[in-house]
Design a protein. Structure first.
Length: 110
């Protein structure tokens, strides 16, 4: 397995584990070269900001445990970038799902 594919796999596993530990249900998860698309059911006890903090923070911790050499590349421990976009999809769920499903193909041809 190539290194980039291995890191993508680590990212996916780490995000899944972070969500599982905090009862965040993943509907769809697409890990791309430079970003991630995720549709999830968030427990009502968490705000969107808290959910993102959990997902990004815990998944980075897990990734660094799975691949300690990444610490050399990210010495300050910031695996993910600072920002994120988070939006409820409510009545547009099917449209959002279709969008996320097609991202790999979209970025492949870009």
């Amino acid at each position: 397995m190539m290194r980039k594919e291995l890191i993508e796999t680590y990212c996916k596993v780490a995000i899944q584990e972070a969500c599982r530990k905090h009862k965040i249900e993943i509907i769809i998860l697409e890990v791309l070269k430079e970003h991630v698309h995720l549709i999830a059911n968030c427990p009502r006890t968490l705000s969107q900001a808290e959910m993102m903090q959990i997902i990004k923070g815990l998944s980075a911790y897990i990734i660094f445990r799975l691949c300690p050499n990444l610490r050399l590349r990210y010495p300050k421990g910031h695996f993910w970038s600072e920002g994120y976009f988070c939006e409820g999809c409510g009545s547009d769920f099917e449209r959002a799902l279709s969008y996320v499903k097609n991202q790999k193909q979209h970025h492949f041809f870009s």
